[in-house]
Design a protein around this ligand. Sequence first.
Ligand code: PLP
Ligand code: LYS
Length: 427
Amino acid sequence: MQSENNQLYIGGVSADELARRYQTPLYVYDVSRIRATISEMKAAFAAEKVHYEISYASKAFSVVAIYDLLKDEKIHCDAVSGGEIATIEKAGFPMKNVSFNGNNKSLDELKMAVDYGVGTIIIDNFHELDLLTGLLEKRQQTQNVLMRLSPGISAHTHEFISTGQQDSKFGFDLLSGQAKTAFDQIQASKYLNLRGLHAHIGSQIFETDGYSHLVDLLCKTAHDWHFQPEIIDVGGGFGIRYNEEDDPIPNATFIHLICQSARTASRQYGLSLPEIWIEPGRSIVGPAGYSLYTIGGRKDIPGIRSYLSVDGGMGDNIRPALYGAKYEAVLANQLNAAVKQVVRIAGKYCESGDVLVWQQELPKTKAGDLLAILATGAYGYSMASNYNRNPRPAVVFAENGHAQLVVKRESFADITRLDMDYEVEND
Ligand SMILES: Cc1ncc(COP(=O)(O)O)c(C=O)c1O
Ligand SMILES: N[C@@H](CCCC[NH3+])C(=O)O
């Protein structure tokens, strides 16, 4: 965390100046931190001397500015909806470097992907397989695809963000044999070019075992199917630090172990080492993001607790309410002042569960002070809502002392824009 004169700085710009210029609540990204993470990941792969691709998972944070940055960093990205593809297209991001995941892609979304020339479609289920094959046949066009497997591996993470277990809506089920049936169908189609296998075991993962098992399983499956994959894609999920309870494994360690496992498994199953793809979202943008809020009201309940309310909440960060996620906050305008209180930081939404930090030590605070919640760069803006008709905050990118507004704050006019003007008929 950068600080100067007891003030929080983000990308070389003081939080105070950011709040004055753009108001609060505000999402701010430290752009050089995103670049550093990508460089760290690239260096880890380069050290392994493997062919690889880092495909940023858009769901973590999808706006034009992030794709501009990824273009600059020359990595790929993964989309899961027509809306994300439209945002990627607006950024002029090379479509050949885009993959398309999702467990219920509509025909319109598949058409959009094929029309735009999305590089890789990651086929998830039989319905999609039929839709895509029909579409390509009509157009007499071929498409590069991966197959998403449901590997039956449970990562130790929150149930709602664990995706690799057998009881999951994602991917072709391996254990029941459905995946093999799908594989045969894909291989039999002259419109589908199957480049490899994909699986994702979950998110916010703090151990490496799941990935080693997964790599082994993907290679063993390929071997059993007499298939030499060009690619194995092990998904995303690398855990990050939100508060002091989190002790994440460095991205480079995950990558090293994934590559080592791939080497071992390829040798064991008689495969040439495939290209290794990862799909990290949270680990690329999460630690680089800050949410700035202005402190408002306070409620002290004797013998119970104190609530500090801020001008945002579950509409800009649903994760504490949805997953019980724990964050850490700092008093941005008194960064190093001594701790004087323990408070619960609540939002302004009409829900008791609208909490941003369950238990936070802070210096003495007063209304008007600036609070920053750390590591909110992933699944904050991307999961934001207009609950209680609150406008979504603006997004600012800060780098080398320069701040750039990249998404405008919503106005009340934006909030009411889609409500139709209609005549009420009185009879
Ligand atoms: C298929 C797939 N890839 C990548 C990700 C990104 O995960 P994370 O943001 O934890 O890296 C997800 C989300 O969990 C996912 O479902
Ligand atoms: N939205 C989740 C992670 C995404 C899981 C999707 N596979 C979170 O905030 O942690």
